[in-house]
Write a protein that binds this ligand. Structure first.
Ligand SMILES: *Cc1c(COP(=O)(O)O)cnc(C)c1O
Length: 587
C-alpha cells in the first residue's frame, strides 16, 4: 500500500513550502491539525477487511469516508481482528457453523513503527498499530488506526486480544476495551496527535479513554474530561450493553485507574453506556424515534439525535452511478443533489435496475445453483440474524403466504447470528426449513456469509427490501438507505430511520401502524404479520405487475426524497455543526 506523508515524515522535505497548495498539503498531513478522533469497536471500510459485524461498524466506515470527502480533520481508531468476526457456513441441517477468518493485514494495511503499552493484570501488554488511509474525493486523507497485540513481544494469551470481534468472555471484552480506549489514546499521542479536542465514542466501548485523559492532566478535573468527549448511542435497550463489575475491573486494571473509576461511577460496576452518558459534552441517538426511546430509557432530556446515513458513492451500484453522473453531476460530494432524481429517465433507470437484478441472480446461480427469474418480484431481507429482527415473520402463516405470493414473488435472505446467540441461529434454521417446505411454490434462497460485498449486491439487485424489527429495537437501520440509493423500495415496520423516510405509496410502504407516544417501549406486535400480508397482496404485488410506471416513479422518489438525505455527508455535516463545533475545512 502507498503511504501518505502523514506517516512518512521523511518525505515532507519534498514539498516546496513556497507554493500555496503545497502549504495546504503540508497542513493536511500534519497530525497537529487534526482535532477529532473517532473511536469505534468495529470499523468496516472494505468487504475484505473483516473487522466489522454489522451496522455499527459499517456506519463508522461510512462516516470516515464522508469525512475524507469533506476534508474533516478526523482520524479513526479501532482494533485489528486477525480472525475477524467469523465466516459463516450453513450445514446440511440448516445450522450456522462459524469458521475463523484468515486474512493478511499486510495486504490491506501498513504497519507503523509506533508502539505503546497498556497495563493489564499487572503486566504490560504491548500494542502496535496498522494504518488504512481513506482518500477522499479531493485527495484529503483520513487515516484509520488498527491496534494490534498479536506479535512476539506479548505472551501467547495477550496476543489473542486482537483476534476476535465480539468474541470471548467478559474479561476478554474488558481487556479489548482497555486496549481500545487507553492504548488507542496513547498511540494517538505517540503518532503526534496532540491537538485533539473531540473524542467521539461510537458506542461506549472506548469509554476508558477518559481515564487516560485524566492521567494525562494529572487526575484533577472530571468536568474537563467531559468537555472533550462526544457519545453516540446505538442501542435502544439496556440488555447487551457492556457492564463490568468492579470485582473484575480490580483484577484487571491498574490501581490508579480503579480508584478513579470508583469515584466516577460509584455504583458497584461500570456500564459503558452510563459512563458515556455521564462524561460526554454531547450525546446523540441515531434517529428521531431512537431519541424519544433513549430519553425515556435513560431518564434524561439531554439526548440529541443525528439520524444515520450511508456513504452514497460506496453504496450506489456502478451503473446507477453513471446515471447519477449524467443527470445530477456533483452528487458524489453533495448527495443532496439527488433531490433532482425526477430527471432520471424511466426506461434508463429500469434498465439499470434490471441489470443489477440479473447480476445478483448470476451470483446466486454461481453460489447456490438456483436460477431465479428477473421478471418476478424479488424481496430481499438481510441483516444480523438476531431475534428482534424477525427474519421469519413472513412465514407466520405459510398458507396465506403461498396464496399471496406463489408464482409472483421470490425471496432472498442472508445474515449471521452471533456465535453464542442460540435464538438467532434457530431463526436462520427456521428460514432454511421454510425454504425447503416452500420449494416448488415460492423460491426462497438463503445466502451464506453476509458481508459488505453481498450487502452491496442485494441492496441494488432486489426490488423490495423488507425490514420487520420488533419495535422499538431498531435504533436506525441503514441497509434500507443503501436500497434508496439504488431505487430499491422499502417495505418496513415503522421504527428507526423509516419513521423519518416513509411516505406511504410515495417512498415505499409501512407495515403496521404509526408509532404513538404510549407505545415507545411496549408494542402489540401480534398483527404485524397480517399487516405485512395485506400490504403485499393489496399494494406491492399489484403495483409491480400492473402499474410499472408508478413503480418506477416510486423508485425515483426514494432516490430524491430518501437518498438525498439519508447519507453520511449530511450526517458528518451535522456532527461537525452540532457535536464537533467544526464549521468548515480548517483552511
Ligand atoms: C449495511 C449493513 C448492515 C446494517 O444493516 P441494518 O439495516 O442496519 O441491519 C449490516 N451488515 C452489513 C454487511 C451491511 O452492509
Amino acid at each position: 500500500m502507498e503511504m501518505s506523508n502523514l506517516h512518512d515524515k521523511g518525505s515532507l522535505m519534498n514539498y516546496n513550502i513556497g507554493v500555496g497548495s503545497s502549504l495546504i498539503k503540508l497542513m493536511e498531513m500534519d497530525p497537529k491539525y487534526r482535532t477529532i478522533a473517532y473511536f469505534s469497536m468495529e470499523i468496516g471500510v472494505e468487504s475484505d477487511i473483516p473487522t466489522y459485524a454489522g451496522g455499527l461498524g459499517i456506519l463508522a466506515g461510512d462516516v470516515l469516508k464522508s469525512s475524507a470527502d469533506l476534508g474533516v480533520p478526523i482520524v479513526g481508531i479501532t482494533l485489528l481482528y486477525k480472525h475477524g468476526y467469523f465466516k459463516q457456513r450453513i450445514d446440511e441441517n440448516g445450522r450456522q457453523v462459524e469458521e475463523p477468518y484468515q486474512w493478511n493485514p499486510e495486504e490491506k494495511l501498513t504497519l507503523l513503527p509506533n508502539e505503546v503499552n497498556v497495563e493489564i493484570e499487572g503486566r504490560p501488554v504491548h500494542v502496535r498499530v496498522w494504518v488504512y488511509e481513506i482518500v477522499g474525493q479531493s485527495g484529503y486523507i483520513v487515516p484509520i488506526y488498527f491496534l494490534d497485540t498479536d506479535y512476539d513481544k506479548n505472551t501467547p494469551e495477550d496476543r489473542t486480544f486482537s483476534w476476535y470481534l465480539y468474541g470471548g468472555d467478559l474479561r476478554y471484552r474488558l481487556c479489548q476495551e482497555m486496549i481500545l480506549g487507553i492504548g488507542g489514546l496513547r498511540i494517538l499521542r505517540d503518532l503526534g496527535y496532540n491537538n485533539i479536542n473531540t473524542f467521539h465514542l461510537n458506542e461506549g466501548h472506548a469509554g476508558f479513554l477518559a481515564l487516560e485523559l485524566l492521567r494525562e492532566q494529572g487526575y484533577v478535573d472530571f468536568a474537563k474530561i467531559k468537555e472533550q468527549v462526544v457519545f453516540t448511542s446505538h442501542t435502544p435497550v439496556p440488555a447487551g450493553h457492556d457492564y463490568f463489575p468492579f470485582e473484575l475491573i480490580e483484577k484487571t486494571m491498574s490501581p490508579v485507574f480503579v480508584d478513579y473509576l470508583k469515584q466516577m461511577m460509584p455504583n458497584g460496576g461500570v456500564s459503558m453506556v452510563d459512563f458515556g452518558l455521564k462524561y460526554s459534552r454531547f450525546i446523540n441517538a441515531v434517529s428521531k424515534k431512537h431519541r424519544e426511546v433513549s430519553k425515556k430509557l435513560y431518564n434524561t432530556e439531554s439526548i440529541d439525535y443525528i439520524t444515520n446515513g450511508v456513504h452514497s458513492a460506496s453504496w450506489t451500484s456502478s451503473n446507477i452511478q453513471k446515471l447519477f453522473d449524467e443527470h445530477m453531476p456533483g452528487w458524489r460530494n453533495d448527495p443532496s443533489r439527488l433531490v433532482m432524481a425526477m430527471k432520471l429517465k424511466d426506461d434508463e433507470l429500469w434498465k439499470e435496475h434490471q441489470a443489477n437484478k440479473m447480476f445478483l441472480f448470476s451470483k446466486i446461480l454461481e453460489r447456490t445453483g438456483v436460477e431465479l427469474d428477473a421478471e418476478i418480484l424479488t424481496i430481499g431481507f438481510a441483516r444480523r440474524a438476531v431475534a428482534y429482527k424477525r427474519a421469519d415473520l413472513l412465514f407466520k402463516d405459510i398458507n396465506r403466504l403461498i396464496d399471496i405470493c406463489s408464482g409472483k414473488v421470490q425471496l432472498i435472505f442472508s445474515g449471521k447470528a452471533h456465535p453464542s446467540d442460540e435464538e438467532g441461529k434457530a431463526m436462520i434454521q427456521r428460514v432454511i426449513n421454510f425454504s425447503k417446505e416452500l420449494s416448488g411454490k415460492i423460491p426462497v434462497i438463503f445466502l451464506e456469509n453476509y458481508d459488505m460485498e453481498l450487502a452491496g449486491l442485494l441492496t441494488a439487485g432486489v426490488d423490495v427490501w423488507l425490514n420487520t424489527p420488533l419495535r422499538p429495537r431498531e435504533a436506525s437501520g441503514t441497509s434500507g438507505m443503501k436500497c434508496a440509493h439504488n431505487g430499491v423500495l422499502n417495505l418496513s415496520i415503522l421504527d428507526g430511520w423509516w419513521v423519518e423516510g416513509w411516505i406511504e405509496d410515495v417512498t415505499g410502504w409501512a407495515i403496521g401502524p404509526e408509532p404513538t407516544e404510549v407505545e415507545l417501549t411496549h408494542y402489540d406486535e401480534s398483527k404485524d404479520a397480517e399487516a405485512l400480508y395485506k400490504t403485499l397482496e393489496e399494494k406491492v404485488i399489484p403495483l409491480y405487475y400492473q402499474h410499472r410506471d408508478r413503480w418506477i416513479s416510486m423508485m425515483k422518489n426514494s432516490i430524491a426524497l430518501n437518498a438525498s438525505y439519508f447519507n453520511t455527508h449530511r450526517v458528518v455535516r451535522e456532527y461537525c455543526e452540532r457535536a464537533y463545533k467544526v464549521y468548515q475545512k480548517y483552511y
